[in-house]
Design a protein around this ligand. Sequence first.
Ligand SMILES: Nc1ncnc2c1ncn2[C@@H]1O[C@H](COP(=O)(O)OP(=O)(O)OP(=O)(O)O)[C@@H](O)[C@H]1O
Length: 298
Amino acid sequence: MIEVNGLTRTYGAHRAVDDVTFRAEPGRVTGFLGPNGAGKSTCMRMMVGLTPPTAGTATILERQYTALPNPGRHVGVLLDASAQHPGRTGREVLTLGARTMGLPKGRVDELLEVVGLTPVEAKRQVRNYSLGMRQRLGIAHALLGDPKVLILDEPANGLDPAGIRWMRSLLRGFADEGGTVLLSSHLLHEIEVIADDLVVIGRGRIVAQGAKQELLATAGTSVTSTDNQRLGEALAGQGVSVTAVGQKLRVDAEPIVVGKVALQHQIVLTELTSAGAAGLEDMFLQLTAGDAREGVAA
Ligand SMILES: Nc1ncnc2c1ncn2[C@@H]1O[C@H](COP(=O)(O)OP(=O)(O)OP(=O)(O)O)[C@@H](O)[C@H]1O
């Protein structure tokens, strides 16, 4: 269990993290979502004692991280996969970790196998690792002490699709055995498959949180038609809330309501679905609007 209460961090006049409160429960994967610069990493750094909070508290297994004896045996942390000493080999990194935590040497080989780093790769210096290999090494390091809690900052960064699938099943298995997982991402679709709960942060503040299924249920309907303008007006005329999202409309009503209104007004629908994850993504973009940096669309 991770409990964060009123966590705040200011840098000068800038509130990087502003009164953040949430819990990550055992047996569940909690996705910590937000656009670039929202405050995810700063929050996670405060949880593990690397950045002192301006106000508020964070406890892991009911204690502050810095008060945990042999913390690696309780909490696995991966904040920056590139933070390892580049001159050490992967095996050396894990061996050092195992020694610090008082673990048998055999644990290193076990973990290398778990994360799919081959013996040849384990002998290479970290400077020659790809980002995906560094993430695997970081996950191995986080799992080394057989912790009950995992705190992972953007662990999918640099992993290929097979790697992302592997990581998902690894974290699912960890949570299914009663572990607590908190993982951050700025990409919803990356963690929507695996997360049970979501905490959405924008400009340092929590903008939404709850069980993913409940958030999905509130995501409404996604619709496209040959005349979105008229359809939007017709729906609004019936008191239904409508938001334009790109080429689509997101409607706070069941698909059947949208279909009936379209029929009444003789508007041809080209797509009509429960918004589901796409709706959640729209919601995420709206909730964090103003935080996202606009760029040239891909
Ligand atoms: N040491 C620092 N000094 C000043 N400002 C900082 C410092 N660390 C973070 N910030 C600011 O705090 C805000 C939150 O940054 P943070 O790295 O926590 O965001 P994030 O959600 O993890 O973003 P990303 O998805 O890009 O990793 C940003 O505006 C950042 O510039």
